[in-house]
Design a protein around this ligand. Sequence first.
Ligand SMILES: [Zn+2]
Length: 151
Amino acid sequence: MRCPYCGNGDTQVKDSRPTDDGSAIRRRRVCPDCGGRFTTFERVQLRELTVVKKSGKRVAFDRDKLARSIHTALRKRQVDPERVERMISGIVRQLESMGEDDIPTDVIGKLVMEGLKQIDEVAYVRFASVYRDFKEARDFEGILREMGEEE
Ligand SMILES: [Zn+2]
């Protein structure tokens, strides 16, 4: 596994153990070149999914990309990382068990919104505002006010 900090291709596994729900193996790695530390997850992949965008463009489903957009929504929020991992795994499992290899972006967006709503309302609004492509900042502020949150 390549070091995300310096690009060195030869990093070492320091610790390896299953996640709390047993759905993945979590590995703590360290880079001998730069000392960078990072974590990888090993998971079962049931099927190859394709994301179909609104434009009709098709791209291979990428769990990391999904995770990144969720982590962006959760930035600076105090949420247990294992809980977030479970949520992401739950979304992927739902997508994999839909029986379709082609998944419209809408379906993914809705699952993410449902998931975020359960764990953090501010992250939910952040994600929803991007996903729904709110035309006016007013819409966004209105929802935050409804929830009694201030940004
Ligand atoms: Zn490194």
